[in-house]
Design a protein around this ligand. Structure first.
Ligand code: APR
Ligand code: PHB
Length: 387
């Protein structure tokens, strides 16, 4: 078989790139190792920047977003029993949209089905070849060969494409904490998302709909979900999110899991005819809600660059990695900044050093919520840097 672009991975990055290429009249195939049910079942990020929403609208992929997406005008930052609202509309004239990655993937896939796109699941042993040549191709375990002009690695952090780049390195750091996330069948107890620093650890209140809440707790990376029965989760959420005069409503927990936190950036997002997008090239800790938005920013840029290339203009494609990484490093510093401001550094053994760290984080939150300049800087980055 022959196509123009072979996309490896059917996460949000691969599926969205397929739509961008389809609109540009560029042929593609998407090869995914997992089953359709597995891909549709993954619960992950939940906030879209305004730029991400604009891209979905431009592509006509906004019907489900309009039906389910919740427009949010800001966030709450909470510390020492105080809850402060940051109004993004007032500060930077922009909003964010709470819309689950799971709903986005379901919609992108349904639209591919409607268009008759070539999206294949349970394809094992996918491997990129000939990326240094003008004639790259992809092979699969069952002996298929797909010749193409370009290969796109949308295959996530554990994928096969990044390691196929000769000499690729990465800069990365782990964090001494993880997130325990739950989905609960209960109406959200808040209008905007709450990010809270508490002496017992970070907590956060998000949502998936007007009937389903999404909540998170900072835990140690070594902890197992078995150590967290539902009543212990609610007790800690009540403690960490509680403020006077406000009630956190509890409901049936339908899903719970622990996710480690990592920052990771590959040294390059391209080699010859191979390009990386999304988690294949970079990972952020979830505190600023940037993972999904970074994947969307990459595919918007790569999609435009490939379209320019087929239209006879090479130059955007030659700048893809440099442009995407320049934006990504700003996003990395924001995600690290939000993460470190809001998590309790239990790993610091010395009590006085730990207390100093906590008090400076309270000072940082006082400044961030008290200064209009600081509020605007957070709002500008949370609502999203230009694509
Ligand atoms: N062959 C085919 N498919 C593969 C292979 C392989 N060798 N390796 C991985 N994949 C698939 C995975 O099964 C997965 O479905 O690639 C897909 C990658 O999808 P994601 O991990 O969702 O990554 P991406 O599309 O870049 O989306 C990034 O996901 O983790 C969140 O916060 C992150 O929201 C962000 C988003
Ligand atoms: C989510 O709803 O899953 C979510 C929201 C905001 C974040 C992280 C996760 O910063």
């Amino acid at each position: 078989m022959r196509t123009q672009v072979a996309i490896i991975g059917a996460g949000p990055a691969g599926l969205l790139l397929g739509h961008i290429l389809q609109r540009a009249g560029i042929g593609f195939v998407i090869l995914e190792q997992k089953s359709r049910e597995y891909v549709l079942g993954r619960i992950r990020a939940g906030v879209l920047e305004q730029g991400s929403v604009d891209i979905l609208r431009d592509l006509g992929l906004d019907s489900d977003l309009d039906a389910r997406g919740l427009t949010h005008h800001g966030i709450y930052l909470q510390y020492e029993g105080q809850r402060r609202h940051l109004d993004f509309v007032d500060l930077v004239g922009r909003t964010v949209t709470v819309y689950g990655q799971q709903a986005l993937v379901r919609h992108l896939l349904a639209e591919h089905d409607r268009l008759g796109s070539d999206v294949r699941f349970e394809v094992e042993g996918v491997a990129p070849h000939g990326i240094d040549s003008g004639a790259p191709y992809v092979t699969t375990a069952d002996g298929e060969r797909i010749d193409c002009d370009f290969i796109v690695g949308a295959d996530g952090y554990h994928g096969v494409c990044r390691p196929a780049i000769p000499g690729v390195t990465a800069l990365e750091r782990d964090y001494p904490y993880a997130w325990l996330g739950i989905l609960a069948d209960v109406a959200p107890s808040t209008d905007d998302l709450i990010y809270a620093l508490h002496p017992e650890g970070f907590a956060m209140h998000s949502m998936r709909s007007l009937e389903v809440s999404r909540l998170y707790l900072q835990v140690d990376p070594s902890e197992s979900i078995d150590e967290w029965p539902d009543d212990r989760i609610w007790e800690q959420l009540q403690t960490r999110l509680g403020v006077d005069g406000w009630t956190l409503h509890e409901g049936t927990i339908t899903e719970k899991s622990i996710t480690p936190m990592r920052s990771f950036v590959a040294s390059t997002l391209e080699h010859g005819r191979l390009f990386l997008v999304g988690d294949a090239g970079h990972i952020v800790p979830p505190t600023g809600a940037k993972g999904l938005n970074s994947a969307i920013a990459d595919v918007a840029l790569l999609g435009r660059s490939l379209a320019a290339r087929y239209g006879g203009d090479d130059s955007p494609l030659t700048r893809y990695s440099a442009s995407a990484l320049a934006r990504q490093w700003k996003v990395q510093q924001f995600s690290q900044w939000m993460t470190e401001m809001l998590h309790v550094h239990r790993e610091i053994a010395d009590e006085s050093t730990r207390a100093f760290r906590y008090r400076s984080q309270v000072g940082q939150l006082e400044y961030t919520t008290g200064s209009r300049h600081a509020q605007a800087a957070l709002a500008e980055q949370y609502a999203g840097l230009p694509f």
